[in-house]
Every structure is written in C-alpha cells, then in structure tokens.
Design a protein around this ligand. Structure first.
Ligand SMILES: O=C(O)COP(=O)(O)O
Length: 176
C-alpha cells in the first residue's frame, strides 16, 4: 500500500481508516503504539524539504509572522522544530493537545485566530492537503496549496485552493 495518500489527517482518522479493512476497531491502541514509536524515534527522522529553511528565514526577516498549524501533537511538532533549530522563527506553534478538540484544521485554525487575535483576512494558510484548504476556508482565511507535500494538484484544486504553488520561493513572493 502506498501510504502517502493517507498522510495529513489526524492520526486517529488515519488509524481508523487503516484498521477498517481488517474489521478491527482498536483505534486508540493503534494510536498509542504509533505515538510511542513516533515520539521516541519517528520524529527524529523528519527532514526539511528543499528551500524550506531559507524561505522561513526570509519571511521571518521581513517581519512576516509565522505560525505552525499541524494536526500532529503540539509536543512532537515542537521537538521536530527544535531538531532543525527553527522554533525562534515562529510566533506560535499550534498542534493537537490531548482532550482539547484541536485535531482537525477547522477547529485548530479557529483556535489560533482566537488565541492570537489575528484577523482571518490578514492570514494565509499554506498546506499540502485538502484538509488545510478546507480548514482555512472554514475560517475565511486565504488558502495556498503546495505541491511538494502529500497532496496532488487535483486534490488541492477540488478543495478550492485560492492558489497552488510548486516551490517554497513562490510562497515567499506572496507574503507582505
Ligand atoms: O503530519 C501529520 O501527521 C499531520 O499533517 P499536518 O502537519 O499537515 O497537519
């Protein structure tokens, strides 16, 4: 199975989908097993896509405020950014938190807007999957789809992305 197409949604949704073909409903156990491996080993394997560091540094140096919005556990996201020496570029790092109801992008982005006081029309959500586009539009944010991740152009177009870009440098030219 090519698992690339199932990467992006909250891990509970991924596990529910994977287990359903076996008639297995032990989603919570599967998620626990996954997180125990990912939290000790998997997250250390994450690599930056080409041009990402330069793009983030460039945006930050122009005074553009960067926030991370991920369905991953927030603690994992922080450690991944730490490993790459990137946290100082972000004004906020937001992800899922146990029991907080922030796993899906519509709720997560609504929470970020409330927490920061930012106006949705001043924000651009940048993401690689339809979940990012739909979450942005549910909050009246602009949504830019990127093609270096796990989603296809077709998926991002169908989700209604306002713009689709091929390379990080194109994101840099949008902001500001
Ligand atoms: O990688 C994940 O598990 C979730 O993907 P996201 O960071 O785009 O929300």
């Amino acid at each position: 199975m090519d698992i690339r197409s199932i990467i992006g949604p909250p891990i509970e949704d991924v596990m529910r989908y994977l287990l359903s073909s076996f008639g297995d409903d032990r989603v919570a156990q599967a998620v626990d097993a996954y997180r125990s491996d990912y939290g000790t080993r998997g997250l250390l394997l994450s690599e930056l896509y080409p041009e990402i560091r330069e793009t983030l540094v460039g945006l930050h140096s122009r005074g553009i405020r960067l926030f991370l919005a991920t369905s991953k556990r927030e603690t994992f996201a922080r450690r991944i950014l730490d490993n790459h020496g990137l946290p100082s570029l972000f004004q906020g790092i937001y992800g899922s938190v146990p029991g907080a109801g922030l796993d899906h992008k519509p709720e997560l982005l609504a929470h970020i807007l409330r927490d920061t006081g930012l106006a949705a029309e001043d924000c651009i959500m940048v993401g690689d999957r339809k979940f990012d586009i739909v979450g942005a539009h549910a909050n009246r944010m602009h949504a830019v789809g990127v093609l270096w991740g796990y989603g296809s152009r077709e998926e991002l177009e169908l989700a209604g992305a306002d713009l689709i870009v091929d390379a990080p440098r194109e994101v840099a030219s949008l902001a500001g």
